[in-house]
Design a protein around this ligand. Sequence first.
Ligand SMILES: Nc1ncnc2c1ncn2[C@@H]1O[C@H](COP(=O)(O)OP(=O)(O)OP(=O)(O)O)[C@@H](O)[C@H]1O
Length: 239
Amino acid sequence: MKNPSPAVRTRDLRVTRSRKQILRGIDLALAPGTVTGLLGPSGCGKTTLMRVLVGVQRYEGEVLVLGHAPGAPAVRGRTGYVTQSAAIYRDLTGRQNLRYFSRLAGPRSRDVDEVLDLVGLGAIADRRVETYSGGEAGRVSLGCALVAAPEVLVLDEPTVGLDPVTREELWESFRRLAESGTTLLVSSHVMDEAFRCDQVLLMRAGRLLETTTAPELLERTGAATLDEAFLAVIRTEEP
Ligand SMILES: Nc1ncnc2c1ncn2[C@@H]1O[C@H](COP(=O)(O)OP(=O)(O)OP(=O)(O)O)[C@@H](O)[C@H]1O
């Protein structure tokens, strides 16, 4: 690992909502400058975990993001969150959206044109977002997070509904971000995306079943695909 001190760490993280235990004691560590995949079935608690890390979800237990409590003033501007549905202004152009978030970010903001190119929107940046496809609008959302140059970037299913080419481009940009020192946590339903990650967290029913890598998981379970490997893990570990 590049640095022994994790960018994000949780110990016995628990979340209860409407008297239901959603997260049941999660221990995790994200090394700086790495991509971690967060995988698990629908409803297992991925979004809830991400919401904790960006400081918008009450929790119990211990959570440190860049050495601070999530959402603390010292860390708020250094953490980016791309939600499942694009949180952007549809009546503005892509470029105007990025400019707006760039102003909010203040001096730490990155160059808007550079980020537009990074997310592959340079050619359509001056069209209103309401004319964009779903995938293009999603990339505006990602661009709005990137323009603030976050040190920790949390992405909730960023590749849903994207074609293979765009998906490939996005994963390449995640890799470049990690190489430049950003710590990424990316949730996905697509097990094969685990191969893109330095570390994989397998969740089920509010628990972390495994902290592993895609090749390690295949080898250990003897499965031919990651889908099979995940099913094998679920069968051996009761929630
Ligand atoms: N306010 C709430 N009250 C009660 N239960 C809730 C509340 N919000 C979420 N949940 C439940 O918490 C569980 C985890 O939800 P979460 O959105 O974190 O899952 P997820 O793994 O991100 O799912 P998906 O992959 O479908 O987005 C689900 O069973 C959901 O129904």
